[in-house]
Design a protein around this ligand. Structure first.
Ligand code: NVA
Length: 312
């Protein structure tokens, strides 16, 4: 384990574009190893404590970090909004410095990527991004663990994300481009991924040989192995007026059986929470093609690989 963490040389886990292909493959391999041999790692975090700051709601992230840290013999502390928003009652730098006095690592789910960067800049312990407005790296890592379990060599997989150009799509596209996975991003006009992220992904794809297809035309999606979707309205962007407009605009991008059969895809993925009959039909979400609960479980194993790499 120690040898692995030296090879990986990670100080934080903040954004997908900070990881190279061999680091990603090593994390995927370690996650599967921990999943298959959990007792070998049950003291990996013995005596270590992890502070978890959540500015936004969470089911999977909160529970998978808490239970995962417990499975590694460590201690997790959940901090909701009782101490006020990051940077309001206390500066982000003071959060980072204070938590570093007590904790061995900080996990943070925040509104702004600047807060994650601020925490990492001022903490003397590793910081893990548990979702921000730009990235969701823990989710993408878990998803490539799931794809590795399903397909073996992920570089042979054709993966398409259909829906809002959000944090989940960014992380997935950057990881796919880094790993050399052919990736299609289909987003409605006006809801595209950030241009800075697309630019980064193109540079990474040129290096890895991944084919990137970025389009708003759902009919040009082509043959795929896997279709991925996420909510059309992310946490923090909700507003009643926006919802009806967004739903009407996104309906042609709904992931349903007809899209699966047009693309010949055999697997559907969703990071959850799902808004059934919006971005995905209930029938497809509950179908044999859906790996959403494998994805959810793999959040824990992927995050444990990150924690072991950063801390053990
Ligand atoms: N894009 C979603 C992901 C939820 C796990 C959000 O940010 O709300």
């Amino acid at each position: 384990m120690l040898q692995q963490s030296k090879t990986l040389q990670l100080s934080h886990f903040l954004a997908d574009d900070e990881l190279n292909k061999s680091q990603l493959l090593a994390l995927i391999e370690l996650a599967i190893k921990i999943k298959n041999n959990p007792s070998d790692y049950n003291q990996a975090l013995a005596g270590k404590s992890v502070a978890m700051i959540f500015e936004k709601p969470s089911l999977r992230t909160h529970v998978s970090f808490d239970m995962g840290i417990n499975k590694l013999g460590g201690h997790a502390l959940y901090l909701g909004q009782q101490n006020g928003k990051l940077g309001e009652r206390e500066r982000v730098s003071d959060y980072a410095k204070n938590l570093s006095c007590f904790a061995d690592a900080i996990v943070a789910r925040v509104f702004s990527h600047d807060s994650i960067q601020g925490l990492a800049e001022h903490a003397s312990v590793p910081v893990i991004n548990a979702l921000c407005d730009v990235y969701h790296p823990c989710q993408a890592l878990a998803d490539f663990v799931t794809l590795t379990e399903k397909f073996g060599d992920v570089t042979q997989v054709k993966l398409a994300y259909v829906g809002d150009g959000n944090n989940v799509s960014h992380s997935l596209m950057i990881m796919a481009a880094t790993l050399g996975v052919d990736f299609t991003l289909v987003t409605p006009i006006g809801y595209e991924a950030k241009s800075t992220i697309i630019k980064k992904a193109k540079i990474l794809a040129n290096k890895s040989g991944a084919k990137l297809n970025i389009t708003s035309d759902i009919n040009s999606i082509g043959a795929q192995d896997v279709i991925y979707t996420d909510t059309w309205i992310s946490m923090g962007d909700e507003d009643a007026n926006k919802k009806s407009k967004v739903i009407a605009h996104f309906l042609p991008y709904q992931v349903n059986h007809s899209l699966m059969s047009n693309t010949q895809a055999s697997i559907v993925m969703h990071c959850q929470p799902a808004h059934l009959e919006e971005e995905i039909t209930t029938e497809l979400f509950d179908s044999e093609m859906s790996v959403v609960f494998q994805q959810a479980e793999n959040r824990m194993w992927a995050q444990n690989a990150v924690l072991v790499t950063l801390l053990a």
